[in-house]
Design a protein around this ligand. Sequence first.
Ligand code: NAD
Length: 467
Amino acid sequence: MSTYKFFEQVNKNFDKAAPYTRFEKGLLDQIKIANQVYEITFPIRRDDGSIDVIKGWRVEHSHHKLPTKGGIRYSRIVNEDETKALAALMTYKCALVDVPFGGAKGGIAVDKRKYSDKEMERITRRYTYELIKKNFIGPAVDVPAPDYGTGSREMGWIVDTYRQFSNDLNAEGCVTGKPIQQGGVRGRTEATGMGVFFGIREACSKADDMKALGLETGVDGKTFIVQGLGNVGYHASKYMTEAGASLVGVAEQEGSIYKKDGIDLESLMAFRNETGSIMDFEGAINLPDKSTVLTEPADILIPAALENQINEGNAKDVKVKILAEAANGPTSSEAHDILKEKGVLIIPDAYLNAGGVVVSYFEWLKNLQHVRFGRIEKRFDENALRNVLDAVENLSSIKFSDIERLNLTQGAGEFELVKSGLEETMVTAYNEILGARSEYDVDLRTASFIVAINKVGTIYEQMGIFP
Ligand code: NAD
């Protein structure tokens, strides 16, 4: 196991912000600590008939709001410290973007490449069963979601397993990130990457900050590097390039590549699907190893893989002006200080990757409401808009073309509503963090912790300490 203490790193950031809040030490300790930690070991039968013992965790960091919420990670290096750290980040993240959940996280220490799909299904279903037994899952208790190494497939297995043991009308709300047919919401798959884009776009719209970095405002024309082309890294890159940014560097497990005049994202994805690797992509330079690209030149670096990627070892060589933390905890506390000294604008993880939980919140609401967003009002809105256009045509010489009519009368469907709710949330939260940054003259990370601690602490104050 690595000696890197992720939970301690999160708490270091918390401790930097705590003196700017009004709360007494005891209350701050209560906010910081993990409320419930469940370590599970269980056996699974392998395809060859042998038995493997699997280890997993679920951590509910904060019960100040229920249900608790947080993803499930599948990785060889999952451990209790990491799960606690990620659960704590969820508490602060939910507070930052005003979604009514306490923070949680789960994980299974498993190398997916060593197990068949059938074995992964057995592991996921058994883990879910263990959570059910101990009341660590349920729409009103604790609601998992995808994280590193998991996606809608695993969430589908989880909801199906949960339903075997529950006739709760709201059972679908026991997990988010599900396939649409099992109660998922349109837009959840791309939500985290889309939120990363909205956050970067908002940061790049601030003229004073961009001037201080020697950059123009806007995403258009900026260059960026991405580490990890998984769910978050791919979608963040997709929206960045659609907005006119140029992808110049990419890292994946097999290595890293750089191309000064821009890498076509979809061609690279197709190339990797075909060859199993990003290496030797046409026109790009193969770099010596997967971490080299982190110190190549660009305007923005988007780490979207795992924690502790930018650390004391490489921070001084980082050349970008903006570090956009799409992954959780990609920057060690020491690296943060080095980058801050160099004047890098760090958009912190707890804010930047909150898009996933925001849209998970929408999915949970959809499950409790039992109706798709937009279903009731879409056609009504379209008819009303058509009436307005008819009236404009009758009262003036204006005539709308069929295309104009189509564009102007489109009612919002589920995806459009989810996207607009996410955009609103990311923009509002960024400006709230900026408010704290200027009030206390701190960096964005400390400002985000101040905002989050104030929200969680206020709830604890109002609740009082029971009994
Ligand atoms: P994922 O499993 O879909 O993708 C991660 C990618 O990173 C994989 O393609 C993997 O091969 C690659 N990778 C791993 N180590 C690497 C390395 N050293 N160098 C280069 N590439 C490497 O996971 P994800 O869901 O995209 O999650 C990525 C990060 O975003 C994690 O920190 C996760 O906690 C965070 N996050 C995810 C979500 C979500 O909704 N999925 C939400 C919030 C935060």
